[in-house]
Design a protein. Structure first.
Length: 146
């Protein structure tokens, strides 16, 4: 289970360290955290490692995500993302990652699933406003628009 520590809080801003442990699925844990804290606008950054997972990229012509399985231990060299309200007003977590392989090569894309091993150290900084997503007619994706 994730370890959560509130680092700062004032009238307009909260910052957390969310530490995930071996076996936790990162996206599910981050969605659970965003819902529990009722986040409406936040930035995420992290480092750590995954035993395996799936990243993806958006195929513009097909208007869908294409999965790239990651079936090896990788370093989370960079993780960046945000939380915004989806069209139904629920917190939506959107994350991109750069994953380092044993040989020093890297994979990058949208994080679909990532199983932590041994840790993922996430810093979540909440903004004082709200971000809202709307369906973009050109892509079919829910994108931040207001």
């Amino acid at each position: 289970m994730a370890i959560v520590k509130k680092l700062t809080q004032d009238a307009e801003l909260r910052t957390y360290a969310v530490i995930l442990e071996t076996g936790e699925e990162a996206m599910a844990a981050l969605r659970d955290f965003a819902q529990a804290e009722r986040l409406t606008a936040a930035h995420l950054s992290a480092i750590g490692a995954f035993s395996h997972g799936v990243i993806s990229y958006f195929d513009w012509e097909a208007k869908e995500y294409r999965n790239i399985p990651v079936n090896e231990q990788v370093e989370v060299a960079a993780l960046s993302g945000d939380v915004a309200l989806d069209p139904d007003e629920a917190p939506a977590v959107h994350v991109h990652v750069v994953l380092g392989r044993r040989d020093g090569s890297a994979l990058a894309g949208h994080l679909s699933t990532g199983f932590v091993r041994p840790t993922l150290e996430v810093i979540v900084t909440e903004a004082p406003g709200h971000l809202r997503k709307q369906i973009d007619p050109a892509s079919g994706l829910a994108l931040i628009r207001r």
